[in-house]
Ligand binder design. Structure first.
Ligand SMILES: [Zn+2]
Length: 680
């Protein structure tokens, strides 16, 4: 069963195995006791066995062409089976005259996911017909997302039925629907003909909802008869980009900064009391859309719908779309506003993508349909700059204080100082991670730095912002770059592609500088120094001390999380209501790492007392004074072990400290924009 191998060290073993095989063959030949058979057996040994050869690959799936499809696809989706959480699909697809087969594709590469993760494993009951007669489909032997349907001469339509088996337990995937809520991603409930750009395939969609449910989507409704909704004809690319949220408990708020600017917050929740918004909370969300208009000075939507899911039962996502965003947060987002600081940039992040990512997109990240591979190398712009503006806009809207935002920047920068992965992996390579691992966890985050393009990208854009301000004596900023870079073709919803040079050109138009070198050294080269230029140019420096950040500590405790990444070099998750405290991450090269602690280990006790976050903090402070090692007992499987960590450096909580005499650019960046509100 094993091929001959060229490695010298294995040759002896292979030779011995060959002798054994030869010996056994001879025994078999002798047992037959026939001279004729013996002769043929000997002959067989003289003829060398042929080496295996590859067979030709099957014909490729046709490349998509930019030409109109022959007619609209009729798509009927039924999400009324809440008990089994099954979404039933029926499609009728017109046949191109004279075609001998139809190849149907299930979407694999999804915009915003940046990876080939279309959930094809969730499908069941796939049945195909041609003009109403059942015909058996055949899955392509290479492309598992492609289905071949043979056609009879003169065939007019292909029918497809299938069930999308939405996960009923978290281990099978994100929970997408329950008795009160549904998150309907159209790419999960359709197939489409191969060979065409997605913008060239029109869809007529009908949706069947449970009785009494409401819905929200960026799609335009054609007719609404309670539980049956028809949408206006839409091209496939817009359909997939316009998910629909539906549920029993729903509230809608107008966030429009102007009468001509239609922005709405659509909230779906597990229970009606979670929908209630105070006037102050509503004002903060209105501030956000106002600050976005002032920053970007342009629009690339007819109307914009935030789809906000507040649930502890249905799993939330943060996913951008051109005219909407999916914003999944916990059920207490509104009811416990005070202690929700960390998650509060989600809406600003996802809506910023309407400009940065959906409208302007890296040229090789745009694909003609959903089965052509994407290339992710400019995600440090698509996601990194969005991460920056998500945090800045959240501060400008008043949803976080400037101090809280500085605390977050400090935590990000400190995380990179503790991360060894920057010694070997250039930032640009981290943009490949969604394709490499499809967002599954890795064991050593600080050594592999899987998706640093978000947060390191954020620090790089802070660095660009402060550099522009410095170069122009504070007359220009990254706001000006955004108006130029993201504001082209104001009002257009057609994706506008760019490459690295386009970014450099627009930066140069705002403030002449060697931006190509500035960016290349930080993104394409190994750059072990932490990108703190934005912080120091911004009038601050990163410092560490034992002073706790109260709001951060409260929120970490709310999620049962404790962070010791900058001191011992580990983080701990401890579930509420009991359960074992588990070490989540261990920082490569840290004191915890050197002591032999590894991720996914139960943290049992600290200095002889059962683990609590407070107890470990006190132990670190005590060791700073008395220079006695910290004793940590952990459990791995059935084994208990105690290690002694000689760490005396204190809690090392990161803060940004003001540097007197330097301009406080950070304060200016985080203050509400003074720009006039543009007219649309
Ligand atoms: Zn994003």
């Amino acid at each position: 069963m094993r091929e001959a191998q060229p490695w010298p060290l294995l040759q002896g073993r292979i030779f011995l195995a060959g002798v054994t095989l030869l010996f056994m063959r001879k025994i078999a030949c002798l047992a037959i006791a026939s001279s004729l058979v013996f002769a043929s057996c000997a002959l067989a040994q003289e003829q060398p066995q042929p080496q295996p050869q590859p067979v030709p690959m099957p014909p490729p799936i046709p490349q998509p062409l930019d030409k109109p499809y022959v007619g609209p696809v009729k798509l009927d989706v039924n999400i009324t089976n809440l008990t089994d959480r099954v979404e039933h699909v029926h499609e009728v697809i017109p046949v191109v005259p004279g075609a001998k087969q139809m190849i149907l594709l299930y979407p694999q590469w999804l915009p915003g996911d940046h990876e080939p993760d279309g959930p094809i494993k969730m499908l069941g009951g796939i049945i195909t017909t041609v003009d109403g007669q059942r015909v058996q489909w055949v899955r392509d032997r290479v492309h598992m997302y492609a289905f071949h349907i043979p056609l009879t001469p003169g065939a007019k339509t292909v029918g497809v039925d299938f069930d999308y088996l939405s996960p009923i337990k978290p281990s099978a995937g994100r929970i997408e629907m329950d008795q009160n809520l549904a998150d309907l991603e159209w790419n999960e409930v359709l197939m489409y003909p191969a060979g065409y750009f997605s913008r060239d395939i029109p869809f007529d969609v009908t949706l069947h909802l449970p009785d009494g449910w409401k819905y929200a989507t960026a799609l335009e409704t054609a007719s609404d008869h309670g539980s049956t909704v028809k949408f206006q004809q839409t091209p496939l690319n817009t359909l997939v980009d316009s998910p629909l949220y539906a549920g029993r408990y729903y509230a809608r708020f107008d966030l429009s900064p102007t009468k001509t600017d239609m922005v709405h917050l659509n909230i779906f929740a597990d229970k009606p009391e979670d929908l209630k918004m105070t006037p102050e909370e509503l004002q903060l969300h209105k501030n956000l859309t106002l600050q976005e208009d002032k920053l970007y000075g342009s629009h690339h939507y007819k109307h914009y719908d935030f789809l906000l899911l507040l649930s502890n039962k249905v799993g939330g996502v943060g996913l951008e779309h051109h005219q909407s965003s999916e914003d999944g947060l916990g059920e207490d987002y509104l009811t416990d506003w005070k202690d929700g600081v960390l998650e509060r940039d989600l809406l600003a992040h996802e809506s910023t993508h309407s400009w940065n990512g959906k409208f302007r997109r890296p040229n090789d990240l745009w694909t003609p349909n959903f089965n052509v591979p994407m290339r992710d190398n400019l995600l440090w712009v698509y996601e990194g700059m969005t991460q920056y503006w998500g945090n800045v806009l959240t501060a400008r809207a008043g949803m976080r204080t400037p101090e809280q935002t500085r605390d977050i920047f400090a935590r990000v920068a400190a995380g990179f100082e503790a991360s060894k992965g920057r010694d070997w992996r250039p930032l640009v390579d981290t943009t490949n991670q969604p394709i490499i691992s499809q967002r599954t966890p890795v064991s050593w985050v600080s050594w592999q730095r899987p998706e640093d393009y978000y947060t390191e990208g954020e620090l790089i854009w802070l660095s660009v912002d402060t550099k522009i301000r410095q170069l122009t004596d504070d007359k220009k900023s990254l706001d000006d770059f955004c108006k130029k870079f993201l504001g082209v073709y104001n009002g257009s919803m057609i994706t506008d592609q760019y490459d690295f040079q386009d970014i450099v050109n627009d930066l140069n138009a705002v403030a002449p500088y060697d931006w190509a070198k500035f960016l290349r050294t930080r993104i394409y080269d190994l750059h072990p120094q932490v990108p703190e230029g934005g912080i120091t140019r911004g009038g601050y420096k990163l410092v560490y001390n034992d002073t706790p950040i109260e709001w951060e500590q409260t929120e970490f405790a709310k999620y049962g999380f404790a962070d010791f990444s900058t001191s011992l070099g580990l983080s701990v998750g401890a579930p509420h209501g009991g359960g074992a405290a588990m070490i989540g991450n261990v920082w490569w090269g840290s004191p915890a790492f050197k002591a032999g602690l590894v991720p996914d280990t139960q943290l049992v006790s600290v200095n002889g007392e059962a683990y609590t976050a407070k107890g470990l903090r006190e132990a670190i402070l005590a060791a700073e004074k008395d220079h006695k090692p910290i004793e940590i007992q952990y459990r791995r499987g059935k084994d208990y072990k105690t290690v002694s960590i000689p760490y005396y450096g204190g809690l090392r909580i990161p803060h940004l400290e003001r540097v007197d005499g330097k301009t406080d650019y950070l304060d200016q960046i985080l203050a509400p924009s003074k720009s006039p509100l543009p007219k649309f």
